[in-house]
Write a protein that binds this ligand. Structure first.
Ligand code: AMP
Ligand code: ZN
Length: 122
């Protein structure tokens, strides 16, 4: 089925994006309004509205999508564990803060204001 949502258009290269990964199933690109030093969006190319629409038969591609997360985070600037790391966020629905109705993972990394475990500045 063909969809006209924003992320379907990015997946079809009809709207430009700063793409960091692309394969047959997924595409990842920089968030246009980054909330962290590293802020990527990872989406399936196939339109699916949100995690609330995942069916039992989606387990295998969802696992492949999840396995991309650490790789993309660390390849694109997230600092190594254990001092570094990344945050994975998936918003669903209006009260979940979802603005684009095409499943996407926010991959966030880099130094963060919430990092209470960071060494104090000299
Ligand atoms: P959400 O609120 O979870 O639906 O997240 C949507 C995200 O898409 C937001 O963080 C936006 O900054 C981002 N976004 C919107 N339009 C674009 C675009 N054209 N290219 C890259 N990111 C976008
Ligand atoms: Zn879509």
């Amino acid at each position: 089925m063909s969809h006209d949502c924003l992320f379907c258009k990015i997946a079809r290269h009809e709207i430009p994006a700063k793409v960091v990964h692309e394969d047959d199933e997924f595409i990842a690109f920089h968030d246009i309004n980054p909330a962290a030093p590293v802020h990527l969006l990872l989406i399936p190319k196939r339109h699916i509205a949100s995690l609330a629409d995942i069916a039992p038969q989606d387990g295998e591609w969802l696992a492949r999508m999840l396995r991309l997360v650490p790789r993309l985070a660390f390849e694109n600037g997230a600092n190594p564990l254990p001092e570094g790391g990344f945050r994975l966020v998936a918003n669903a629905g209006i009260e979940g803060g979802q603005e684009v109705d095409h499943l996407h993972f926010h991959i966030l990394g880099g130094a963060r204001p919430w990092n209470k475990r960071a060494a104090p500045a000299a």
